[in-house]
Design a protein around this ligand. Structure first.
Ligand code: EPZ
Length: 426
């Protein structure tokens, strides 16, 4: 079977008004799987990644690894990757420009091959997505970069060496690229101001399972002692905290009662606390996270996104959708990306009362009755928010632009149908 099946993309149709009930297994984390797949480039032999999510960003990354000489095969809910003698041939351009997360190949390929030529990974609708922190850190480790139009060329003729790196911003991607460059570099690398996201933690744990020497995992100060060889490992991709949060808020908004099997509760505390402020009871059980609405949907007052362990920016759009129906006003402050309010327009089409106060904050007036409409998704998390809004709205909602949603959700319609939603894709 092809490692990268084509996916039909079209519309999602939702008939709202159903209280979600039942249980659903939470898929593996997109943002953990992608850097770990990039890390397999550094490993001699095969790695098998259990619970790897079947999403288009993963399929695209697998195609990239194959285009570099890697071998890929799915085994049930896992994928096995061996890269062996990988070389930096020209990568398929569409795979690079179309996917931000291929940027995590930068550190791995420089470490493995000592050179890289790749399309400048495009920004996206949520922000310009600069990569200055990535390039500055890798230069400290011995890489010389030149940028020609839309291409990045990097050379490390003497190979990579360790460095003391202080990140001005806790960039997730930059932290991951430094880790990938450092695990087989000569000497020691220390990162201060590192991102603490659970996905960075998962990357470190996979690499240590392969024989890397990373200390300070989960903290903002990482110390990495380079080793000569990394061997393959079996590793379970942690559950996706943003997918779990999406379904949590859908249950809250529909006044439902669900069990999120294998939800990564430890890494969802800000999201859980916010849901409790909005009228949910959340109980961490051995099976996962039990969520029950208390019947009222109450504004939390303020939602401010921030780096981990703060409220995740990837949950902001979904929380916005639910706040449109909450009692009371909510101020939403997006502190990570500069353009992450695009979903406000289609939500207004559905009847939401949302005022943009400035480029980083909205005022949601709440108590709206959302009505089903035909709305268009233009990016991943905004698309998921429109699906959630459709669950809350009266009548039928049609969401187009589902290829964006498929980047991060393996099968959002199937998952929500298991919870009783009237939702299907055409
Ligand atoms: C990762 O993106 C995630 N993507 C994003 O998830 C997530 O929203 C983001 O981290 C924040 O948590 C993946 O893991 C594949 P950053 P990343 O570097 O690494 C600025 C989703 O929906 N910055 O932490 O690109 C940047 O502009 C996606 O799953 C620089 O200025 O995020 C942003 O304002 C969306 N210079 C802030 O830092 C740099 O060199 C945080 O970006 C790098 C970043």
């Amino acid at each position: 079977m092809s490692a990268i099946p084509e996916r039909a993309t079209g519309e999602i149709h939702i008939r709202g008004g159903v209280r979600l009930q039942g249980k659903v297994k939470v898929q593996g984390s997109k943002n953990a799987a992608l850097p770990i797949l990039a890390a397999t480039i550094l490993v001699e032999g095969e790695s098998c990644l259990k619970d790897c999510p079947k999403i288009s960003d993963v399929y695209r990354m697998l195609r990239l690894l194959q285009s570099l000489g890697g071998h890929v095969r799915w085994e049930g809910e896992g994928v096995c990757v061996s890269t062996g003698s990988i070389t930096t041939q020209d990568m398929p351009e569409d795979a690079i420009t179309g996917m931000r997360s291929s940027l995590c190949l930068l550190g791995a390929l420089l470490a493995k091959c000592g050179s890289i030529v790749m399309e400048y990974p495009g920004g996206c609708v949520i922000g310009e997505r600069p990569i200055n922190l990535h390039l500055q850190a890798l230069e400290q480790m011995g890489v010389h970069f030149c940028e020609e139009e839309d291409r990045i060329c990097g050379q490390a003729p003497e190979g990579l060496h360790g460095a003391d790196i202080s990140l001005a911003l806790p960039s997730v991607g930059a932290t991951e690229n430094i880790i990938l460059a450092a695990v087989t570099a000569r000497g020691r690398t220390r990162i201060s101001g590192a991102a603490r996201e659970p996905e960075v933690e998962a990357l470190c744990r996979y690499l240590n399972a392969c024989g890397a020497r990373i200390d300070g995992i989960g903290s903002s100060r990482l110390e990495i002692q380079g080793v000569r060889l990394l061997h393959g490992a079996c590793y379970r991709i942690p559950a996706d905290r943003i997918v779990a949060g999406t379904y949590l808020y859908a249950a809250l908004g529909t006044r439902g009662c669900i069990l999120l099997e294998q939800a990564p509760c430890r890494h969802m505390q800000a999201v859980i606390r916010m849901a409790e402020r909005m009228g949910a009871i959340c109980q961490e059980t051995g099976e996962g996270l039990y969520v029950q609405s208390l019947g009222e949907l109450i504004s939390p007052g303020v939602i401010r996104t921030g780096g981990y362990p703060g409220f995740p920016t990837d949950m902001q759009s979904v929380a916005l959708a639910v706040c449109t129906m909450a009692q009371g006003e909510t101020r939403i402050e997006e502190r990570i990306f500069e353009n992450r309010f695009r979903v406000a327009d289609p939500l207004r089409q559905m009847g939401a009362d949302i005022q943009q106060l400035d480029s980083h904050s909205l005022l949601v007036c709440g108590n709206s009755l959302l009505r089903g409409q035909r709305v268009e998704a233009c990016e991943l998390r905004g698309g998921a928010a429109l699906v959630v809004a459709g669950l809350l709205a009266e009548g039928e909602t049609i969401v187009t632009g589902c290829e964006f949603i498929e980047r991060g959700y393996g099968n959002i319609c199937k998952d929500l149908r298991e919870l009783g939603a009237r939702i299907y894709s055409v």
